[in-house]
Design a protein around this ligand. Sequence first.
Ligand code: UGA
Length: 443
Amino acid sequence: MDVTIFGSGYVGLVTGACLAEVGNNVLCIDIDPKKIDLLNSGGVPIHEPGLEELIKNNRDAGRMHFSTDAEAGVKHGLFQFIAVGTPPDEDGSADLQYVLSVARAIGQHMGTYRILVDKSTVPVGTADKVAAAVREVQAARGVSVEFDVVSNPEFLKEGAAIEDFMRPDRIIVGTDNPRTAELLRALYAPFNRNHDRLMTMDIRSAEFTKYAANAMLATKISFMNELSNIAEAVGADIEKVRTGIGSDPRIGYQFIYPGCGYGGSCFPKDVRALEQTARGLGYDPQLLHAVEAVNFRQKELLFKKISDYFGGDLKGRSIALWGLAFKPNTDDMREASSRVLMESLWAAGGRAQAFDPVAMEETRRLYGERADLLLAPDAVSALDGADALAIVTEWSQFRSPDFALIKDRLKSPAIFDGRNILDGRLATAAGLTYVSIGRTPLV
Ligand code: UGA
């Protein structure tokens, strides 16, 4: 089938590559010529395990093309995926200008039936706005070409995006047209083999499902973080509590890991956007507000613990950071906890010396040549001259470090484990002070 994807970012490229992989002819469109040049010359603008190879194979096989030509995109695909960004407005609500400009381009150039598929995370009611934008442009052109708008939100996780797309937990198709639902069912058939994971529903419920899922997941994390702070205060160990409650299948073990807060491009943005939607409709979403507030406080926790340890004076102190990305297996640093820690250290007159397996370039892009940020070539070098170590991202390679070596390198040997990934007893046995989240300090 012929598929056009507007937006060659995270969701667009993964969707395009996976649809091409199963035999479709995919044309990816982006307004950024630099991105398209890079893709045409064999590069990939984002870091995602397996994506570069998948794109290369499909480009070489002639099933994946890249262009800035929106008109060519509209002519190409029966399916017109909209996978452009929906950045937050000043008040946190989703900015739809890119989505609607794609809708207008489709309205401008379409000569025959098209299915517009909203893949970006968009507020409830966006499909109506997309349809209105297409109709408006068609009216100005004096034409009336048939089209449908479908809500088909994406649920992939960064770092596991290909696997998530290839073997989805669910495929949500929101449409009011049964014929369109069947066309989408055919497109997704290769990803829907073992048992039927495709759910059709009305458009608004599909749009809302995406926000509901992210809000629920973010709530689990903030709730655990809240419990972890209480556990610390009452002298309980949140890691024991976590396994104790996770064993109840109604609670489950997944997504209840306490830490130094959630980041990324989705949870913070989507929780805020849903809050704004509710407020705009006159509903006060108290729980959503608290989820975000707890996360904000949690991101400041590592700094607070470090500052307390050094008696509130971090002037001239240097802290080694292991991990900069908002989570492992990505170079994405949007809303990453590491940024809150580094920026707080700088504001307090301290320094940060950091290592991340893949996000170093992204850090340089974000902070430039900031003199007070030292990027080390590896985890061990990041310790040289540092007072203490903070673990901010739970990369596997940080999970079993040489504690004796860490003790030797640090000036005031303490580890602040923001993800509870280390064995505190081993750290303490090596003579380190071990501070983690939600556990009374080990002595
Ligand atoms: C999230 C959702 O998990 C996806 O289902 C969704 O499709 C995606 O947003 C999206 O809206 O596009 P992602 O942002 O890639 O995916 O990251 P997650 O793996 O969900 O992690 C989010 C953050 O939560 C990370 O900072 C992670 O460290 C933190 N986290 C996760 C915890 O602190 N504790 C946990 O138990 C789990």
